[in-house]
Design a protein around this ligand. Structure first.
Ligand SMILES: [Mg+2]
Length: 508
């Protein structure tokens, strides 16, 4: 797990663009070395963290032709030489009802006791507003609004605090086209708002770790409106909510037993972590028999070992050829942070790709070095790589847009909301991730425009296939042929969803 915690400190980021040569890259731009000097919470991260697409393409080691197979519209696991997996919410599935409830309670308690917000609002049971929760919502921090976006920044739905706005209200605030300039820019480049100035205006809640922050934010806005007797001109709530997320999730907490969240998981892992099925474990073993398998997780090595042990078993390391922890996704796929050796839980010396070894665990790092390592180990100049993950920005958009690594999206909402042609799928935590008031995570049919949500579009455009969990794949041979998404925004083909497309998108 890596939750983005840097926003509060965006002012200390130092972006410098240094032109390193007159040579033009493939798309006509000059080569730039883009450095972000930053002091992240861990106190690490001195060098390149994020670079523009054009500059990245200039230094890419991978072949331009590697994506030609996209046109085949058939996806097979057996076509890949190397397959990587995310850990949290991909291989390791959580008992989301318990997990989200814990997150909300720790966050709300912090906001009341440390920031002085109204307990009457924040300490109401989560269950009172459970339907308000949805992954992928977007904050307009300053207006106190929470938005659900379409593909081009179009505001499908919105609330002020926890109160849903009417269409007239949305159009009154954002214009008749319902497009906020910041959300439009965000949709054009999902990494723009990851750090830097835009991250002070907008943020999305991209997974189950930060999903409950929307309710905390909304309830605070509600309380301030009541106290003031009206809407405020400007809300400065987000920095406090972010402080709460930092308090809860900073990586030192696991080791130190602080922050309330990790300590609760450590005390009672069975309450929060599902065991991975034997089917999936055997499937991983089968893949490793013929391919390089890597684990690439944002979690620090201690928490990663804890979740992997509790979900995959004590011998989890045997399932992977190489393990990368604390990978700073999405920056892992766009930047050049070196891999660091680990001495127990402590990060030590940087290490080049030529010195990485099978069987080891490393921290941080970057895709280009990993790719060179994979090329050396497979003996292939251009090994075909696939990454399987749940976070549509970190695990799907970033690798697909900025590298030649293909992706599979694991989206639990697909199973929880229901799939066409499969009425047997059961998700035990559906009530916490399915929202009647926001509607489908993937969007729905609309009369005058493409009804897909931003996330429905990202899934179709940047993943090969989308599944609700790995169990639906585990009994199939690696040579199984899946229809894959066409990866065109305007394409209504939904066949890349497996075993069925979201009911909300079913064509009539
Ligand atoms: Mg994950």
């Amino acid at each position: 797990m890596h939750i983005r915690l840097q926003t509060r400190f965006s002012r200390i980021y130092r972006l410098t663009y240094t032109k390193v040569g007159e040579e033009r890259n493939r798309i006509g731009g000059f080569k730039y070395q883009h450095e972000v000097g930053c002091s992240s919470l861990s106190g690490t991260g001195k060098i390149c963290d994020h670079i523009t697409r054009s500059s990245l393409q200039a230094v890419m080691a991978e072949p331009a032709l590697a994506k030609n197979h996209k046109e085949k519209r058939v996806f097979r696991f057996s076509d890949y030489d190397c397959i990587g997996f995310d850990l949290d919410n991909t291989l390791c599935r959580y008992k989301l009802t318990q997990m989200v409830k814990l997150e909300y309670e720790v966050l709300a308690e912090y906001l009341v006791t440390q920031k002085g917000y109204n307990a009457e609002y924040l300490l109401k049971p989560l269950e009172t507003d459970i339907d308000f929760l949805q992954k992928g919502l977007v904050f307009d921090f300053h207006k106190g609004n929470i938005l659900q976006l379409g593909s081009d920044g179009y505001i499908r739905k919105g609330s002020h605090g926890t109160r849903f706005m009417t269409d007239a209200e949305i159009e009154g605030i954002y214009g008749p086209d319902r497009k906020w300039s910041v959300s439009v820019a965000f949709c054009q480049n999902l990494l723009e708002a990851w750090n830097g100035p835009m991250s002070e205006k907008i943020r999305t809640l991209s997974d189950y770790f930060d999903m409950p922050a929307a309710l905390a934010f909304g309830r605070i806005v509600d309380s301030l409106d009541v106290k003031e007797g009206n809407k405020l001109e400007f809300y400065n709530v987000w920095p406090d909510v972010l402080d709460g997320l930092i308090y809860m999730f900073k990586r030192e907490n696991f080791h130190l037993d602080t922050g309330g969240y990790f300590s609760a998981l450590k005390r009672n892992p069975e309450k929060f972590v599902n065991k991975c099925s034997n089917n999936v474990i055997n499937w991983l073993k089968q893949i490793k028999h013929s391919k390089v398998v890597f684990l690439l997780t944002g979690s620090h090595v201690d928490f990663a070992s804890f979740t992997a042990t509790n979900s995959l078993g004590a011998n989890w390391r045997d399932l992977f050829d190489i393990v990368v922890c604390y990978a700073r996704k999405p920056g892992f796929f766009t930047g050049a942070k070196p891999f660091l050796k680990l001495d127990g839980l402590t990060e030590t010396d940087p290490i080049g790709s030529e010195d990485l070894e099978f069987g080891n665990i490393y921290s941080q790092g970057n895709w280009q070095d990993l790719y060179q390592f994979l090329a050396k180990k497979t003996g292939l100049q251009h090994p075909k790589c696939l990454y399987v993950g749940d976070n549509l920005i970190q695990d799907v958009y970033a690798p697909s847009e900025y590298t030649k690594c293909d992706t599979v999206a694991v989206i639990e909402e697909l199973g929880a909301e229901g799939m066409c042609g499969d009425d047997t799928y059961f998700h035990s935590d559906a009530s916490i991730i399915v929202s009647e008031c926001w509607g489908s995570y993937f969007g729905g049919k609309e009369e005058q425009r493409d009804g897909s949500s931003l996330w429905g579009i990202i899934t179709k455009k940047y993943s090969k296939i989308c599944v609700p969990d790995l169990d639906v794949l585990a009994n199939l041979p690696l040579t199984n042929e899946f229809h894959m998404f066409s990866q065109r925004e305007d394409d209504s083909d939904l066949l890349g969803y497996y075993p069925g497309c979201p009911k909300s998108l079913k064509q009539t």
